[in-house]
Design a binder for this molecule. Structure first.
Ligand code: NAD
Ligand code: DAU
Length: 334
């Protein structure tokens, strides 16, 4: 297939782009604004592949998007482009509104003009928090942060383009992703790098919040299944095979890195913190998908990847990320 992958310089988008070029022989054009989270290093191993091309541009730019479509002549658009960190959405929501509302609208208009298949990459956070049981695609939408509320708005807009214009649009909602190339503001890479550097490991609240972990290669493959086999207008959840309380994740990282448990520090909780996420994936399983990576094995491999790829994270950890960390955690990185 010829694909336009928006947000393909980020963590999951670059994993998807790599998978489609290397494993499926697709022609992939990445359109990405290169925010702090978007990095050309994320796709440097496929950069020279004949099936890969990169265009820098924002999805809310009503000139850049049609130009990227003219240049790449895609059969489908897959939209990963987003602001993705809940803590940043609490501190500064404006970019979340712009990218998720305006950006999704501009992409949808361009896709509609060409009658193109469109997959919106979304999140379990649109359902809010669940104490027991698991969310299905029929669960009510109850987002709780500016991040999840604006992602929900984008999903509703996508669905309206199917209902109103008959646009062949689909949505794939994932649970918490982890794996190589994840920006170190997120729990797992933050804890791995802090552990390796002897920095404190800041656990929010009581650390008993539960997340449903999925390896990014598994989520990327689920999105590919939805793109190829999903029914137009439908939503598909893709949850990971394992759930784990945050404190257990952090303790396991302490073991895997050889850090000290004394580095763990309980800090002020995130405002409006969702207690638990859990996704049922029956519908996407019926399309032939299943998760391949269990959390225990995937976490160990992820720790090894961060250990071995200092070239990737060192420029982040010595750059603007330091200032972000100080603002967010009220202390400097060591
Ligand atoms: P990320 O923060 O690593 O990457 C986001 C990418 O989008 C970056 O390359 C950034 O430059 C780009 N981008 C941001 N705003 C843009 C704009 N206006 N125009 C063009 N490009 C823009 O994010 P990620 O973790 O890879 O998440 C990708 C998608 O998957 C997001 O839509 C997110 O909501 C969804 N998702 C993420 C997770 C997770 O655990 N990380 C789970 C479920 C769903
Ligand atoms: O569920 C899918 C979502 O997962 C995605 O849609 C989001 O883009 C992604 O960022 C992620 O959201 P979370 O808020 O769950 O991820 P985060 O890595 O920020 O936090 C995971 C858990 O760890 C959460 O309960 C908060 C906690 N945490 C996080 C950080 C950064 C800490 O205890 N300490 C920390 O320093």
């Amino acid at each position: 297939m010829r694909l336009l992958v928006c947000g393909g310089a980020g963590f999951i988008g670059s994993t998807f782009a790599r998978q489609r070029v290397v494993e499926y022989g697709d022609e992939v054009t990445v359109l990405d604004k290169l925010t702090y989270a978007g990095r050309e290093e994320n796709f440097q191993d496929i950069r020279d592949d004949a099936g890969f091309r990169f265009i820098r541009g924002a999805i809310e730019d009503a000139e850049a998007v049609p130009a990227a479509i003219r240049a790449s002549q895609p059969e489908a658009i897959v939209n990963f482009a987003a602001e993705t960190h809940v803590d940043r959405s609490i501190a500064e929501p404006d970019a979340f509104v712009r990218t998720h509302a305006l950006g999704t609208y501009v992409l949808l208009e361009a896709a509609r003009e060409h009658g193109m298949r469109y997959v919106q990459v979304s999140t379990d956070e649109v359902y809010g928090s669940i104490e027991e049981g698991t969310f299905t695609e029929e669960s009510p939408l109850r987002p709780s942060s500016p991040y999840s509320a604006t992602k929900t708005g984008a999903d509703l807009l996508v669905q309206s383009y199917f209902h109103t214009y008959g646009m062949p649009a689909l949505i794939c909602r994932g649970s918490n992703n982890y794996g190589p190339y994840q920006y170190p503001e997120k729990l797992i890479p933050l804890m791995i790098l802090n552990a390796l550097h002897g920095d404190p490991l800041p656990v929010y609240g009581d650390g008993m919040q539960v997340r449903n972990w999925i390896h990014a290669t598994d989520f990327a493959r689920a999105i590919g299944h939805v793109l190829e086999h999903g029914e137009e207008g439908e939503v598909y959840n893709a949850g990971g095979p394992d759930e784990c309380p945050n404190i257990d994740v952090v303790n396991r990282i302490v073991e895997l890195t050889g850090a000290s448990a004394d580095q763990i520090e309980y800090v002020t909780d995130r405002p409006g913190h969702d207690r638990r996420y859990s996704l049922s994936s029956e519908k996407v399983r019926a399309l032939g998908w299943s998760a391949q990576v269990r959390f225990e094995e995937g976490l160990a491999e992820t720790v090894s990847w961060y250990r071995e790829n200092e070239w990737w994270w060192e420029p982040i950890r010595s750059g603007d990320y330091r200032a972000y960390y100080e603002r967010q955690y009220g202390r400097a990185l060591g």
